[in-house]
Design a protein around this ligand. Structure first.
Ligand SMILES: [Zn+2]
Length: 388
């Protein structure tokens, strides 16, 4: 058996791998696999289609269902163009803070979860503990569904999952669901003096933006449900954050694309909003084709992050509350993998050390105090798992 590492030593190691979402995470996964295997823990992997990224999952304790899964992502956002005071890929301690890309989002939690798994393995637990490390979280949580599928196929299914995104160790029980569509409008070019004989892709795309503005006004005017009222804003939003198109002021634009995103409150469904959007797209397309049959609108889904619905007497929530002493009600505006776990039948809660305000920033850090609090959280968790 090789040396057992402290959470801090594990975090130093993990931050040292520059696992930006666009790049491979295999060096990190290899390291975790080697470390856990040396401790006597069996690791499983699930590779992405290209084979350049992998999720890793493992189970310790009795070979039964009903355990607890600790979920974290291994990828981080880029550091390009950000002014960093010290090397982002080396954990550097200054003034009670641990600086480094991913320290708070979320290699700090990953390190604590790996530490807890090893402790659980060596000291024994009555209830199983599982580790689930994903890839591609930062580009739309797309790595979580295949990981959960592989994990439930291979391991006895856990009943609850703690998703350790930075929440300053508060129990977060809800977040909005979101989805985004790349929308490409293909028009027909003519001289703008004869615009009625062409189809201007920009002006057609503008109709979709008008549609979004109208939906926002409608949603805002509605009285929110009790659950929706917990969110800020308490309504579903439709947002266009990117648009590009056209070639010259006197040509009806042949191309225009825009990014249409939805953030839906509990009670609204992502698929209903998708249908509503597609209905409007098809109406506009029909009008376009009445002028020029070769015109069209292409829609590609960029991502879908299901919402985390607050549970009635949720097991994960109760556990997080017992471990943190937090009795407040918290929902957050950022998306996480928790909704995917919940959809797959796990009770799910978001609870991890560090502050989301530091995530994705230059000089990202976690305070030593929060990291230590995370360590205490894991110690209390191990005590509970030992009791069963
Ligand atoms: Zn994260």
């Amino acid at each position: 058996m090789s040396d057992i590492l402290s959470p801090r030593a594990i975090m130093d190691k993990l931050v040292g791998f520059p696992t930006v979402s666009r790049d491979s995470n295999l060096d990190l996964i290899d390291w975790v696999d080697t470390y856990l295997t040396a401790q006597g823990i069996t690791c499983h992997r699930h590779y992405n289609e290209d084979g350049d990224k992998a999720a890793l999952f493992a189970h310790v304790g009795p070979d039964v269902e009903g355990g607890l899964a600790l979920s974290g992502h291994t990828d981080v956002v880029p550091v390009d163009g950000q002014p960093w005071t010290s090397d982002p890929w080396t954990v550097t301690e200054r003034d009670g803070r641990l600086y480094g890309r991913g320290c708070t989002d979320m290699k700090g939690f990953d390190a604590l979860a790996i530490w807890a798994l090893v402790e659980a393995h060596h000291n024994g637990v009555a209830r199983p503990l599982q580790l689930a490390l994903s890839y591609d979280e930062e580009i739309g949580c797309t790595g979580a569904p295949p990981l959960i599928e592989a994990m439930t196929a291979k391991l006895p299914k856990a009943s609850a999952a703690i998703i350790g995104e930075p929440s300053t160790l508060r129990a977060v029980t809800g977040h909005k669901g979101s989805q985004g569509f790349h929308t490409r409008v293909v028009g027909f070019e003519v001289h703008s003096s004869l615009m009625h004989t062409g189809v201007n892709a920009i002006m057609e795309a503008a109709k979709l933006i008008v549609w979004a503005n109208e939906r926002n006004a409608e949603n805002r005017a509605r009285t929110p449900s009790t659950l929706a009222a917990m969110f800020d804003p308490p309504w579903t939003t439709c947002h266009v954050g990117e648009i590009e198109g056209g070639t010259a002021h006197n040509i009806t634009a042949k191309h225009c694309w825009l990014g249409m995103d939805f953030r839906v409150v509990p009670g609204d469904s992502l698929s209903d909003w998708k249908d509503a959007y597609l209905t409007r797209v098809r109406e506009i397309e029909a009008d376009m084709q009445a002028v020029r049959p070769e015109t069209h609108i292409e829609i590609t889904k960029r991502y879908e992050v299901p919402g985390l619905q607050p549970e009635q007497d949720g097991e994960a929530e109760a556990l997080a509350r017992a471990l943190t002493g937090d009795n407040g009600n918290h929902v957050v505006s950022y998306g996480t993998e928790a909704g995917h776990f919940q959809n797959a039948g796990y009770s799910a809660v978001v609870c991890g050390p560090g502050d989301i305000a530091q995530a994705h920033q230059p000089d990202e850090y976690i305070t030593v105090e929060q990291f230590e609090a995370g360590h205490d959280f894991m110690r209390r968790l191990l005590t509970r798992l030992k009791e069963g």
